[in-house]
Design a protein around this ligand. Sequence first.
Ligand SMILES: Cc1cc2nc3c(=O)[nH]c(=O)nc-3n(C[C@H](O)[C@H](O)[C@H](O)COP(=O)(O)O)c2cc1C
Length: 219
Amino acid sequence: MENGKTIEPSGLAQIKFDGDSPFELFQSWRKDAINTDLVLPDALTFATCNGDGKVTARTVRLRRIEPDGFVIMTDRRSRKARDLAEVPSGAMVFLWCYVDDEGRTVNRQVRVEGEVLELQPEQYQDLYDAEPLFCKIRSHICQQGKALTGNEHKRHHDEVYGPCNNEGLELPMPPHFVAYKLVANIMDFYYAYDELIGDRLLFVLDPDTKKWKYNHVYA
Ligand SMILES: Cc1cc2nc3c(=O)[nH]c(=O)nc-3n(C[C@H](O)[C@H](O)[C@H](O)COP(=O)(O)O)c2cc1C
């Protein structure tokens, strides 16, 4: 208190990075997020756009990080797959908010933009194989966006689950199961904690040299 007035804290958060690739920074931030009690550190918001310019977004899970991009899995019959068939570009937003070891309330965001490629089944068969049974069943019975009664859905579930449970049947990867890779050409990192003003590091991939350039742009 000074002259009866509360002194409010303020300051600047700073992203320290001296590497070459934003993927190094992404991996380091993701590791920090995994080491907290965040329930789904690999959940991200994925935005797409259709040919009429109508934009939408939904949550999906990150399935794999490749040297040039981020892999997600979905259903070929979904709205996002239809959007990507019309406009093969997307944006991803990762949000990691948590209290770190030193008691600081950390806010980190990574925004990624780029072209979205459909992968070949042999490139994501391992991802399907690694899924737990309920996820494999979900991929067989859920037609994302199709209206259905609860009874129909339950009957379909039990028809698929029964042979898995009773006879140990393996569920093959269904043909509508698909994976996409967003090949990053922009990666924007935001970092703030407690009352500090956020810092941003904006990486842009040079299309000619294929090297990343970056600058602090501040929040
Ligand atoms: C935490 C969380 C994770 C999700 N992960 C996926 C995912 O990996 N793939 C997917 O297709 N849908 C996932 N969904 C469901 C999507 O958010 C969405 O409802 C569904 O994919 C249909 O989206 P669309 O109609 O825009 O294509 C997830 C939802 C939540 C809440």
